[in-house]
Design a protein around this ligand. Structure first.
Ligand SMILES: [Zn+2]
Length: 116
């Protein structure tokens, strides 16, 4: 199902339609945000949080599950543990910050640059 893109994962990863709707909602409620961190968990749940331009959180962390009233039992227990993260990226507002700024924020928020 997953297509392998030759470019960097950072560029390859894009918000899905339903994620996009959530992202827009988060951005609306977070005027300081320059992006939204999107974390996909292996169980299908999602974790999101707005990030400000200094890399600090600009909203609280939101967890949700598509087509479900609540997140799954696993996530309720471990709160979406890092070991179960399959993908993470930042969805930037338009226009996005410079590549340099993006890298700094990536490091601050996700600990490192996404793997190539
Ligand atoms: Zn879950």
């Amino acid at each position: 199902m997953k297509k392998k893109a030759p470019e960097l994962r950072k560029k390859a990863l894009k918000a899905e339609k339903r994620e996009q709707a959530m992202i827009e909602g988060i951005l609306e409620g977070s005027p300081d945000a320059i992006g939204v961190v999107v974390i996909r968990l292996e169980c299908g749940c999602r974790k999101m949080a707005a990030v400000a331009k200094d890399g600090e959180p600009a909203s609280k962390i939101i967890m949700y599950r598509d087509m479900a009233e609540s997140i799954c039992e696993k996530c309720k227990q471990d709160n979406g543990a890092f070991v179960r993260v399959t993908e993470s990226f930042i969805h930037w507002v338009d226009p996005p910050p410079s590549d340099e700024e993006q890298e700094i924020i990536y490091r601050k928020v996700l600990g490192s640059q996404p793997a190539h």
